[in-house]
Design a protein around this ligand. Structure first.
Ligand code: NAD
Ligand code: ZN
Length: 255
């Protein structure tokens, strides 16, 4: 696809800012995984067009353990099983070693940043690859045995198991909350990639970075709640395509 002159200028501006930044943090939402075939929750093709969000309501989960697990299994586990990182995840992983990208704060629970090789990944909403026992607090890696039963129970104590990502009404995991704030205070450039700005309290992270003086670059096919409020450079397009274009611009600057 041909890139317009305006977009080209913005890409170059973004590449220059990335090149001179000393501490870059990427803040990612469901949009970065769309090109891996994982739909976002809201909007066109969103998960909540098919499923009732109450399956991720904590009270409902406790009172309808078996039914909740049935939905959770098909939304998250059957579906996420074969999904692979896309170009956007891979480029961020390469930037962690090649440039000043220090951490990724992700709202995603799909583990794709880690699968792509990123190391400093702050999982703001947890990770679907782990299960936690509500009784003995044991953490387990997800394995196939979990799905042999309708509703799994802890092999340690027989207690109820919950995916280690947050449900509606739950607090952000304490460690991730602190790590995200620390990274945000340190960064001089934040990339917002595929995040709508509608999910609280995660949506305050880019606002904090902005008020701390960081340059904000946003990548999204459509404008979001951030665009007019905090974004300095808005790059319209899909995460994989735009990051590949920036990556190419950075390589050209190196030659
Ligand atoms: P969101 O804030 O994550 O918004 C998704 C954004 O992605 C939208 O602004 C949309 O315009 C943008 N987008 C769509 N296609 C894109 C592309 N190819 N490249 C870049 N951006 C693209 O909101 P949500 O979908 O309502 O999700 C809410 C929360 O639910 C997330 O923050 C996350 O915690 C969780 N969630 C996670 C996953 C996952 O792990 N992959 C998937 C769905 C939802
Ligand atoms: Zn247990």
């Amino acid at each position: 696809m041909k890139i317009s002159e305006d977009m080209k200028n913005q890409l170059e501006q973004a590449a220059r800012a990335i090149k001179s930044a000393k501490h870059i943090v990427a803040f990612t939402g469901a949009g970065i995984s769309v090109e891996s075939g994982i739909p976002p929750f809201r909007g066109e093709g969103g998960i909540w067009n098919t499923y009732d969000p109450e399956v991720l309501d904590l009270d409902y989960f406790f009172s309808h353990y078996s039914q909740s697990w049935k939905a959770i299994k098909s939304i998250f586990y059957d579906f996420l099983k074969d999904k692979k990182p896309n170009a956007a995840h891979h480029i961020l992983s390469q930037w962690e070693t090649k440039s000043h990208l220090k951490s990724i704060i992700t709202q995603n629970i799909d583990n794709l940043h880690k699968e792509a090789g990123s190391v400093d990944v702050i999982e703001f909403h947890g990770n679907a690859q782990r299960l936690t026992c509500l009784d003995c607090e044991h953490l387990f890696e997800v394995r196939d045995w979990v799905f042999n039963e309708k509703a799994p129970s802890c092999p340690n104590c027989g207690g109820r198991l919950k995916p280690d990502f947050i449900f509606f009404g739950e607090n952000i995991p304490e460690q991730a909350f602190h790590a995200a704030h620390q990274a945000t205070w340190l960064c001089d450039l934040m990339l917002i990639i595929g995040a709508s700005g509608e999910v609280s309290p995660a949506n305050r992270i880019p606002e904090m970075a902005k008020s701390n003086g960081a340059i904000i670059i946003e990548i999204n096919p459509g404008e979001t709640l951030y665009t007019s409020k905090v974004t300095d450079i808005y790059l319209q397009g899909s995460a994989g395509k735009v990051l590949s274009d920036i990556d190419m611009a950075l390589r050209q600057m190196d030659t």
